[in-house]
Design a binder for this molecule. Structure first.
Ligand SMILES: [Zn+2]
Length: 442
């Protein structure tokens, strides 16, 4: 064992004493009732010690510790930080024009939005498309306050697929020629053969993607991508799956229709996004194969935001009724269901992130919804395997887990709408053992 030097040596000696020594950064939550991310009821009044970035000890007895910051919980709820598994950190608040325009401005907007995201109690997001690697690095290095980000990088699409935002005036493309603006920025990459898919998938992994995102079917917001089209061939999808699995991780695919979902599953995709037009046999298949279904209770405001008469509005009108039906099918067949929001291009909707989670109350109890947004979502994140940027346990309050914690004024298992009002409900927001909000010291 190496002997620590200087002050570290003194601390090591003290640590061998009778009472646990703590550094000034350690935090002791006293008299809190714990929602652990898994069970449907709160714990008995407990004390929780956070040492460094880890939950060190949980006990109903007093924890003797010197030097830690003591937080008087007064019976409030301590719960895991929330996880949004379908987020676009670079696209949530910006406008489409800004997203493909001024890069510097868009990064600053995304940085500010990342801070807001964390202040809503979301300590982790899985980013499923967008040039997010720089923002993730700035957050991890402490330059910008924001959530942990599981990045996909550019979403990979076919010509005219979901994510191809080119206009007809951009056609025809010169084969082997210049990249489009969208591709240069790393927002989306167009790939029309297995070899092209392989290159683009590996490029995302090279930049640090924790999973690879493809759009295996038409989408609502893309201008030239009909919903019924199953864009990629199975061989193309499989090329991405092989690249991802070679790196120890997985492919996540956007898909609405039974054909798109089935093609993705046949190619080895491990997580389907949306799935809103699935039929009963397809729901059964998803369950049988143990594939994840990542769904979003998309708000009605999002549909109404597309102008009447536009191609996007027509597609939204086709997809939206499927949302409720899909949640019912997911419950019926006990599909492994993750939760996310998919907010795009709207600061007002981004501010509704917690409210969108609370809207799951239409199909789930508050406990079921909160388990989904914490421990279940964390289970999906762990599929990133060796590409997991934050090894350690997320989404739970238990000894040894990473210390992403919310101190809630009230019991969200009784009243899930507390999650929709983070400014008032969340008295403390901690990520990785660091307190980013403390409304108790006022
Ligand atoms: Zn999305």
């Amino acid at each position: 064992m190496l002997l620590p030097v200087g002050g570290g040596w003194l601390a090591a000696v003290l640590a061998l004493g009778f009472c646990t020594a703590a550094s000034a950064d350690d935090v002791l939550f006293e008299n809190v009732r714990i929602f652990d991310g898994k069970s449907a009821a709160l714990s008995a009044p407990s004390n929780v010690l956070v040492k460094g970035n880890v939950i060190e000890r949980i006990s109903t007895a007093q924890i003797a510790v010197a030097g830690a910051l003591r937080v008087a919980g007064n019976g409030r709820t301590l719960m895991p930080g929330l996880i949004d598994n379908h987020w676009h950190a670079m696209l949530a608040r910006t406008t489409p024009a800004q997203a493909f325009g001024d890069v510097g401005f868009n990064n600053l907007v995304a940085g500010d939005e990342a801070t807001d995201t964390l202040m809503r109690g979301f300590t982790t997001v899985r980013d499923v498309g967008g040039p997010v690697f720089g923002l993730k690095r700035a957050i991890d290095e402490g330059i910008v306050k924001g959530p942990r980000i599981y990045p996909s990088g550019a979403m990979i699409t076919v010509t005219s697929g979901h994510g191809d935002f080119r206009q007809l005036t951009d056609l025809p493309r010169t084969i082997g020629g210049m990249l489009t603006r969208m591709e240069q920025l790393g927002g989306a990459m167009v790939a029309d053969s297995p070899d092209e898919v392989r290159v683009r998938a590996r490029e995302q992994l090279m930049q640090g993607a924790s999973q690879v995102k493809l759009t295996a079917g038409g989408g609502v917001s893309s201008p030239f991508s009909p919903i019924d089209v199953t864009t990629f061939t199975e061989a193309e999808l499989r090329a991405a799956v092989e690249a991802a699995e070679n790196w120890g991780t997985y492919v996540v695919a956007h898909a609405f229709t039974p054909a798109a979902i089935r093609g993705a599953i046949a190619a080895g995709v491990k997580c389907i996004e949306h799935g809103f037009l699935m039929d009963e046999p397809t729901a059964k298949l998803i369950a049988e194969k143990g594939v994840w279904l990542s769904m979003q209770p998309l708000p009605e405001d999002l549909r109404l935001g597309f102008p009447v008469g536009s191609v996007q509005r027509a597609k939204a009108d086709e997809v939206w009724p499927g949302i409720a039906r899909s949640y019912e099918l997911a419950k019926k067949y006990k599909i492994k269901t993750a939760w996310g929001t998919d907010v795009l291009f709207s600061r007002a909707l981004a501010q509704q992130q917690g409210a969108i989670l609370a809207s799951l109350a239409r199909w789930y109890t508050p406990a079921e919804a909160l388990v989904m947004a914490t421990s279940t979502n964390a289970e999906l994140l762990a599929l990133s395997g060796k590409r997991n940027p934050y090894p350690g346990k997320l989404g739970v309050v238990e000894q040894g887990a990473l210390a992403d914690l919310l101190l809630v004024d009230g019991n969200p298992l009784d009243n899930i709408n507390l999650i929709a009002d983070p400014a008032n409900s969340f008295k403390i927001i901690m990520k990785d053992g660091v307190i980013y909000k403390n409304a108790l010291t006022k």
